[in-house]
Each structure stands twice: as C-alpha cells, then as structure tokens.
Design a protein around this ligand. Structure first.
Ligand code: HEC
Length: 178
C-alpha cells in the first residue's frame, strides 16, 4: 500500500491539472471543415462552421493560438497600416467601431478575401489555421473578447504595468506584524 501511494498521488495530481489544450496543429479534416464559413451575402457576419462551435471556439479561447495570431500580426506587417491597433493608412482597430463587424466570421472573411477600400487579401500568404489565429487575436485588440486566455497586448501598451513591472518595493527588514 505504501509503495502505491506516490503513484496514486501522481495520478491524482495529473488528473487535477486542467490546463487548456494546446494543439500545435489542427487535424487536416477539422481544418478543412473550418474553411467552410458561411458569410452573409453582404460579407459582414455569418455563421461560423459547425465544427468551430463544436470545438468550443478553438482559436479564440486558446492562449497559444492568440499568441501565434499576435506574432503573425507583426510578421505580416498589419502594423504597417493599422499600427498597434491605433490605425494609420488602415482604420483603427482599438476603438471598437468596426465597419465590417467584430465577429470571428467577419474577421476571417476580411483577412481571407480582403475588403474593397484597401485591405489586402491574405489567402495566398496564410493558411486557414493562421487566418483563424490572426482573426482571434484581432478580436482581442478591439476588446471584443473577454478572453479566458490571456490577451496578448505587450506590457508597455497596457494601461497599467503588469505586477512584475510595477515599482520595486524596499525589502522588508523585519517580518510583517500580524
Ligand atoms: C496596405 C495596408 C493594410 C494592410 C497591410 C492591412 N490592412 Fe487591414 N485594412 C486596411 C484598410 C485600408 C482597411 C479598410 C477597408 C475598407 O474599409 O474596405 C482595412 C480593414 C481591416 C479590417 C476591418 C476593419 C473594420 O472596420 O471592420 C480588419 C479587421 C483588418 N483590416 C485587419 C488587418 C490585419 C489583421 C492585417 C494583417 C494580416 C491587415 N489588416 C493588414 C489596410 C491594411
């Protein structure tokens, strides 16, 4: 019995550990089904593919996908036109007023097909997994996502510093009184 205890404890520890799933690649059949977006005729909004809903919105609720989206936002030079969300040649994304809507299908379609007044299409530069990742990240720029996964704006762009960047406190010379 005693010899079993560590094994049982270890099993319990793992069972209790509900980390988010971190799939580095989506199954090709799932990914193919994810391509199946149905935008409304005006190409604003529409139904996400059933598999997207069934999977529990895999990109929007996943910190790895959001950080990949952020990396691609830099790498594809979205910043060249939209800055860090403040806008430039392209419209601001931070202000929360979005001509083509903030939902994930609109964003996916925006990125895949482009938009008429100067937004390029990324269909030949990003695969659809990457398009979903960027779309999910862009939602966090407009605060359209109360993300359970960490939003991924850089610390220096936050309205207050993160805990580990706050002013340092003088070390205590004696234990705090209770
Ligand atoms: C060459 C400049 C340029 C680049 C690069 C660019 N955009 Fe755009 N983007 C625009 C313009 C201009 C519009 C407005 C299009 C319109 O109104 O028809 C736009 C529109 C958008 C919109 C819709 C905004 C709304 O109000 O609904 C989103 C979202 C967006 N871009 C995200 C991105 C992302 C993400 C990237 C990088 C993958 C990117 N853009 C790269 C110029 C650019």
């Amino acid at each position: 019995m005693r010899a079993l205890a560590p094994a049982v404890l270890a099993a319990l520890a793992f069972a209790g550990c509900q980390r988010e799933t971190r799939d580095f690649r989506t199954d090709p059949p799932v990914l193919a089904a994810l391509d199946d977006v149905a935008p409304l005729p005006n190409r604003i909004g529409g139904a996400p593919p059933d598999v997207y809903v069934a999977l529990g919105q895999p990109y929007q609720a996943n910190a790895y996908a959001l950080s990949e989206g952020k990396r691609l936002y830099d790498g594809m030079n979205c910043k060249g036109c939209h800055a860090d969300g403040g806008g430039g040649t392209g419209p601001a994304l931070l202000d929360g007023w979005w001509r083509y809507g903030p939902d994930i299908v609109s964003l996916y379609v925006t990125l895949r097909d482009g938009r008429p007044r100067g937004m390029p299409s990324y269909a030949d530069k990003l695969n659809s997994e990457q398009l979903w990742q960027v779309a999910a990240y862009v939602q966090t720029i407009g605060s359209y996502r109360a993300a359970t996964a960490a939003t991924s704006r850089n610390d220096q762009m936050q309205s207050r510093p993160s805990e580990n960047r706050g002013p340092a406190r003088a070390p205590l010379t004696e234990p705090p009184s209770r």
